[in-house]
Ligand binder design. Sequence first.
Ligand code: HEC
Length: 196
Amino acid sequence: MSEQRHNVSGEDVLKPHEYDGIQEYDNPLPGWWKWSFYVTIVWSGVYVVAIGLGFINDYTMDLQTESVRVDTLVREWEAAHPKPTITEEELAAAVAAPGASEQGGAIFASKCASCHGDKGQGLIGPNLTDKFWIHGGSLKSIHTVIAEGAPDKGMPAWGPLMKPDEVIAAVSWIRSVQGTEPAGAKAPQGEPYEGN
Ligand code: HEC
């Protein structure tokens, strides 16, 4: 059995004990490792007490705080960007304005015809020339579905991509092709609209 303990240069040394011929090296953990371990033990105690007393937020509290913060941000954004409210009467006047329908026709050809057909007869999207409407046939309903879309049904929201007067122009053009019965018109979808 060796009587050797630590040697000066810190090399492995054998511990003095021996069991069934098996001996053990004396390899102490580095000081920094031991200390960081002790610090985590102390911290765990502090953490348990602090969370118990509510000095540190747990997950649910953090989530609540963040949800409130996000809700506030959303409300602030909505307050700063009010949705344009336009009445049926204001729309009727804007839609009938000179040039609106022509402007709308150009917009429709470039942005909408790919899905609704060049004459609004319907393709991927519904026929816009008949009196049947999925989202309602009032000017306001048509305006709303163009601005807000029906994203889960494949109709994009155009409000963020078009100027307000362009959306109105598109409504104007759609109104101008009512009852035109273009060739290849898609079968009616939705409910008949009898107004206007
Ligand atoms: C990517 C294809 C696509 C494009 C592009 C598109 N639409 Fe649509 N649109 C649809 C689909 C699909 C629907 C049917 C939504 C539903 O079933 O709820 C629809 C519905 C509509 C409706 C409601 C029809 C109804 O029966 O209530 C209007 C109005 C409309 N689109 C106008 C437009 C205008 C104006 C544009 C161009 C600015 C446009 N769409 C561009 C696919 C499209």
